[in-house]
Write a protein of this length. Structure first.
Length: 350
């Protein structure tokens, strides 16, 4: 496999999907406040996405039956019996690599492969995580894909790509003694480049107050096209996110991508001092999810909603922009991107 990986690439999220995967929620202890509305939020997201592309929902036992009752009859939805500890499939699911088009004629490279990273619940924060540690390889094997095991802890929400060899990463989520002890940034970058076929890694820092992932990039900065990123901004100087997000904006503006393009950086303001009771939560419009023909955008009934939707709409001409109320979802300290895992499309040989 090592000699073949150079013939694969990490696709951008806006490329065509074969399906979206989600894990049905059931771990009440990781949510602030009342858990009762959370399955209904997942149901809404499943129904929304199933109108645009196939959706696969994983669960097992009684949780699978709950999912069956709520979304089992929805057209374009398939339930898959895979057990979980938690429901943040962006982080626990596999990362798919596509064959490069120039190699598609070779039989041995005719199918995608799946990279299954190690998982320890964001640096050991939420035990137990043993079942979730098996989810990525179980999904890949259910799909009949070859599985690559790099042996390094990495969460899917911690990486962002343009599909052309550039990777955005927050060093705080990877260069971490609770995740990858003893590995330097140089070591980690080498693994990322080798396993994901990346040509350039762009490192940022910071994070949102209340984000228990230590600063996943999908809350902070997202590619919307090659050479173009949207980035979270907090203009309120009294908000705890103000300084870190300003620093990130400045760093992003200095970057060139793998093709030598200077990044165009488009700021998107996020809600200020967003709290549940007395707890600051990581409410971000950047946690949007791109599906076939649409973009689902988190909104919070906040003054920043409309401007964020307009900016994202300009970034994705030709796609429907659909706001999704994430006031309940963010009580789990995540958003739409955090609960979804895109499986890129690839034509199968007859």
């Amino acid at each position: 496999m090592a000699s073949q990986k150079q013939n694969y690439r990490l696709a951008a999220e806006w490329e065509p999907h074969a399906a979206t995967w989600l894990a049905w929620p059931h771990r009440k202890a990781t949510w602030l406040g009342d858990f009762a509305p959370i399955p209904n939020v997942y149901e809404k997201v499943v129904r929304l996405l199933a109108a645009y592309e196939p959706v696969r929902v994983i669960a097992s036992g009684a949780v699978l039956e709950e999912a069956r009752q709520q979304v089992g009859a929805v057209p374009n939805v398939e339930l898959v019996d895979i057990p979980t500890n938690d429901s943040w499939l962006r982080d626990t699911g596999p990362v798919f690599l596509l064959p490069r088009v120039s190699q598609a004629c070779e039989d041995r490279l005719s199918e995608p492969i799946a990279v299954a990273w190690e998982w320890n619940a964001w640096g050991g924060k939420y035990p137990p995580w043993d079942t979730d540690a098996k989810v990525a390889r179980t999904i890949a094997r259910w799909l009949g894909m070859e599985v690559v095991l790099p042996g390094m802890v990495l969460e899917g929400g911690g990486i962002e790509t343009d599909g052309e060899g550039t990777l955005l990463v927050n060093h705080r989520c990877v260069e971490d003694s609770a995740r990858n002890p003893g590995l330097s940034r140089q070591d980690l970058e080498q693994v990322l480049c080798e396993q994901l076929r990346i040509d350039r890694v762009l490192w940022v820092g910071g994070g949102l107050a209340g984000d228990d992932t230590d600063g996943h990039i999908d809350q902070l900065a997202r590619f919307v096209a090659p050479g173009r990123v949207v980035a979270a901004r907090q203009p309120d100087p009294l908000d705890p996110n103000h300084a870190a997000l300003e620093a990130n904006l400045n760093v992003l503006r200095t970057f060139q991508d793998a093709q030598g393009r200077q990044l165009e950086v488009i700021p998107i303001d996020i809600p200020s001092r967003y709290r549940f009771e007395n707890t600051q939560l990581p409410a971000s419009h950047l946690n949007f999810y791109i599906a076939n023909g649409m973009v689902a955008v988190p909104v919070f009934l906040d003054p920043t909603d409309d401007a964020a939707i307009c900016t994202i709409e300009r970034c994705f001409p030709g796609r429907e922009i659909l706001p999704v109320d994430c006031r309940a979802l963010v009580r789990g300290r995540g958003g739409l991107h955090c609960i979804t895992r895109d499986q890129p499309a690839w034509p199968r040989k007859e």
